[in-house]
Design a binder for this molecule. Sequence first.
Ligand code: DMJ
Length: 455
Amino acid sequence: MVAMKMRLALVLIIASAVPAMAQAPKKWTSSQRTEMAGRVRAEFERSWDSYKKYAWGHDELRPLSKAPRDWYGTSLLMTPVDALDTMTLMGLKDEAAQTRDYIATHLSFDQDIYVKNFEITIRMLGGLLSNYQLSGDKRLLSLAQDLGNRLLPVFNSPTGMPYVYVNLKTGATRGNVTNPAEIGTLLLEFGTLSKLTGNSVYYDKAKRALAAVYQRRSKIGLVGSTINVDTGEWIDRTSDITGGIDSYYEYQLKCSKLFGDRDCADMWKTSIAALNKYVADEVHGELWYGHVDMDTGKRIAPLYGALDAFFPAELALSGDLERARRLQDSSNKMWNLAGVEPEELNYAEMKITDPPYALRPEIIESAYYLYFFTHDDKYLDMGETYFTALEKYCKTDTAFAALKSVETKEQADSMESFFFAETLKYLYLLYAPRKTFDLKHSVFNTEAHPLRRMW
Ligand code: DMJ
């Protein structure tokens, strides 16, 4: 009788273990992780060498035509500035020193060009400040301060929300229709500039802009997609977490972490409650975040995409690991639909609605945060899937290329600087030893430039 009971217990133990074993991720050894980090670093070096060979001194390399591209007709060294801290984190010391010296001696913002404040802030101002903190090279802080001063006129609108473009030489501004992300994604960079220079003007103006969007939230706590900075009126009242709104939320959370700013913490608390109540969407047992009306919360469309895939990282950083894990599973499903994630997907029907892939980092960024906070090897598996697909579909004889369509896998002649700043950095950090970067004392700006709490 006792023997029978023991046999029955054994059968039950084995039966309950089988499904768990079937789903269990492979266990990664430290040498496998080191090997993956080495493969990512090798691809960084190969792509960087091609940038140097075909596009040195320019903003970007066009990976198919092997020609340079400058955003504004004249170069702002976008790729070197964006790539520099990745080199440092990867331990490429000589390359980083040479690149830093080149930037310090060749980059000039005294140019008669209208630049997009948001892009220049997250890539250039963020990159210069981060690399100053990593290297202590004061020349980078001077460049950052010069740039910050030239960008300041954007805030001279009646509402304090920034105009879209500013002329770096004259300070003239233009473009009064913008969005929460372009308004609210400035405080980590401008705030850090204030802390490092002792001049509060940058912090104050960027915070006023973020607060101005927040104050215009609807009664249910959501914001719209486009707004006029002169009148303060919403133009498009669609609310979501995709490009145009995404990093407005990211900076509320990270501002509270980097600066200990309680107003930012309150903004995040209110915002995340509204997002989880109205924008989060349960479909077939999966968690997604879709598009809704900012006033009523009524559903507009079940759309999610490559940019939305940043959100598991924010959820994880805020401590909500349960939603973070579930949403990352959904992002992963989106990636696996065609073998590479599309720009946008109808998640109710699992149909691709916008097929390009721009070498975006967000899904990898979220895998990195989730691995950092959970130690679950499942996220290393995910990273391997993404890297393998990048190598299979996006790799060229020079570097990596965006895809015109994830359905046809036809390549596009584009490799944005965030591929160096973010995509390869998060992939590397996912496998690199934990001590390479400590998420507890720094935050990444939205372009993956680490900013350290020194104050
Ligand atoms: C980057 O410039 C930043 O991550 C930004 O917040 C969103 N778009 C790209 C990457 O996809």
